[in-house]
Design a protein around this ligand. Structure first.
Ligand code: ZN
Ligand code: ZN
Ligand code: ZN
Ligand code: ZN
Ligand code: ZN
Length: 321
């Protein structure tokens, strides 16, 4: 069976295309007109696209393609620029089920919240049929290049909302939901999304020590590291926990069940980072004169027995006599 007849099979086509990066799809489509028709024109060909890290121009160009408009269900725009108009367009002009905006930038939380309130929560009670002629004319490409980054809520009768198809959002990271600091907005937003029936990747780090903060969430990230003691890697931790529970010297990691109080690693030197007892041997020393802890590697002028201050002040000789 040749490639064209193989790809003509809808099931094979749908199964195969999500595994092909955009460049491979384009290259394949360029080989002959039959494959071009199958891959870039046939409805249902492109169900899933990962456009993470692609340029704004490329993203706009791809999202404008009719096959993408009609077929796309899963879209990754991680680390891409997406402005408020673009975000709005993705909600109401496409039939996406999952939209991943992890570490993307350019859009505002206010806009996303407005979209969910308007199209999911208000439409539930209003129960409006959207007329096919409704004026959702702004396209992703025109919005990106028009220079309008502001978001305005449509107010006309013709613009009455129907529920978008998006069921899950990837939002972790980036300026809206950073993993590096406490997020006060995450719990409020997740409550709203849950009410709207949207699943998000925003969860609170359960392994936090001391206990999770009432002021907000330390957002959990998938953790691929396995615990040095029990060998498990089943916890999602926030970045702070991941750093504090890992030894920067030997890269060992301890899970919160084996080490509930973050005691296996300690931060004694900012240059060394958190390190375990084994890695501290001969590095984190106590000064024989002033008894203070010092880093033998990073405190310039220190000796094996004295901190930099005591050794430069002649602490050694004062101690001896
Ligand atoms: Zn944590
Ligand atoms: Zn463990
Ligand atoms: Zn270590
Ligand atoms: Zn150090
Ligand atoms: Zn000293």
């Amino acid at each position: 069976m040749d490639l064209v007849s193989l790809m003509s099979n809808d099931i094979i086509l749908r199964t195969l295309t999500p595994y092909l990066p955009l460049s491979a799809l384009g290259n394949l489509a360029r080989t002959c007109s039959s494959l071009n028709d199958i891959l870039l024109c046939r409805p249902g060909a492109i169900h899933e696209l990962d456009l993470a890290f692609y340029s704004t121009k490329t993203v706009a160009k791809v999202l404008e393609m009719p096959v993408v408009r009609s077929s796309l269900r899963v879209l990754f725009l991680d680390s891409c620029f997406v402005d408020n108009e673009g975000l709005k367009s993705l909600f109401i002009e496409y039939k996406l089920r999952h939209l991943s905006l992890c570490a993307s930038y350019g859009w505002s939380l206010e806009c996303l919240t407005d979209l969910i309130e308007k199209y999911y929560l208000i439409s539930v009670s209003v129960s409006v049929e959207l007329s096919p002629s409704s004026s959702l004319s702004s396209s992703y490409a025109t919005s990106v290049f028009s220079g309008h980054s502001g978001y305005s809520t449509p107010t006309t009768e013709d613009d009455r909302p129907s529920r978008p198809s998006i069921k899950s959002l990837g939002l972790l990271g980036g300026p809206m939901f950073p993993t590096t600091s406490l997020s006060a907005t995450a719990p409020v937003f997740v409550e709203l999304a849950t009410k709207a029936g949207i699943v998000t990747d925003l969860t609170q780090c359960q392994a936090h020590f001391p206990a999770p903060s009432p002021a907000g969430w330390f957002l959990a990230e998938p953790n691929a590291r396995t615990c040095h003691t029990c060998g498990r890697a089943d916890e999602n931790l926030c970045l702070r926990c991941l750093v504090l529970r890992s030894c920067r010297g030997c890269q060992k990691f301890w899970c919160s069940k084996c080490d509930p109080t973050v005691s296996r690693t300690r931060l004694d030197c900012y240059d060394c980072g958190p390190t375990c007892e084994t890695c501290k041997l001969g590095v984190a020393n106590f000064c024989k004169f002033c008894k203070a802890k010092y880093c033998r590697v990073h405190q310039e002028g220190s000796t094996d027995e004295y901190c930099d201050w005591c050794s430069s002040r002649g602490g050694r000789s004062r101690h001896l006599y």
